[in-house]
Design a protein around this ligand. Sequence first.
Ligand code: 5GP
Length: 347
Amino acid sequence: MLIENDLKLDFKDVLIRPKRSTLPSRREVDINRTFKFLHSGREWSGFPLIAANMDVTGTLAMARALNRHTALTALHKHYDVDRLVSFFRESETANVFFTMGTTEADYEKFQAVKQQVAIDKVCLDVANGYTEKFVLWIRRIRDENPDIVIMAGNVVTGDMTEALLLAGADIIKVGIGPGSVCTTRNMTGVGYPQLSAIIECADAAHGLKGQVCADGGCTVPGDICKAYGGGADFVMLGGMLAGHDECDGDIVYQERDGQQVPVAMTFYGMSSDTAMRKYSGGVAAYRASEGKTVKIPYRGPVENTMQDIMGGIRSMMTYIGAIRLKEVAKRTTFVRVTSQLNTVFGG
Ligand code: 5GP
């Protein structure tokens, strides 16, 4: 047994220190970025925010809504081939990831869609990106699809970030346990404070000219700002985008003034009982659920939330004098606001 004594931080443990700036207004800042990807050689420009590939948020309606801001959506895995083909035939699909797990059935579906329409980005998603099987899977998908952008994860350490990049991924998804409906830390004791994971994985990825996507744990726009400040190239959101018109999921109605109005929507983890009942006939005997089901207040169109998020990021950029999103990490100084004792013991 070993103990690591280095300081590890979550979003709540820091604030971003303001810096002198010559920027007159938040309207002057640019929240878009351009990336050239390591293996596929493709270029992408846009607002580097991604809706999570969860049933509730990774929807076609979400993809259409976020595309208006050139933000991305990782579609969930449960659309059938016909639905995906007709969607990918639309013009608004430049900012969409096709999501796959690691089964042959996933790959066959991908091939079936790809034979009919162009797909340029895939998200290879597993809960635990540390297995040899996953490394081999990435290598196979890369060998057979040299020009597709591959985002793969999840991991939380620099060594595995490098391993997945060297296996053929362009973008590494970072986060084990921080998700709003994730119970991995409670069920297994495994995890890594998310801001430190982002900082360490981004450092490893950037050394190899790869990118990272910070996945999970953002609850307010300020957390997204801290993720970019820590070096995240992309930020993925589940809970913050749940509860909107563009989501799938049950709606809870309440009677007000004689009318039924929506007040809440369900949101659940992809390894929750809810998801496992829906897709695999229940939780298998050898595994426990590592996700939960919650009710999120109904929040109307996602456009409102996107305006809040973009407003928060623009304002952060004026506070630290960053005219482009690319400059944010360089101009970020984090101030610790919790002591390590408080962090560990939750005081
Ligand atoms: P959020 O933005 O809600 O904090 O986190 C979203 C992320 O949580 C997802 O992108 C995914 O990585 C993770 N996640 C989603 N469902 C589950 C689950 O059931 N269990 C675990 N451990 N993580 C989940």
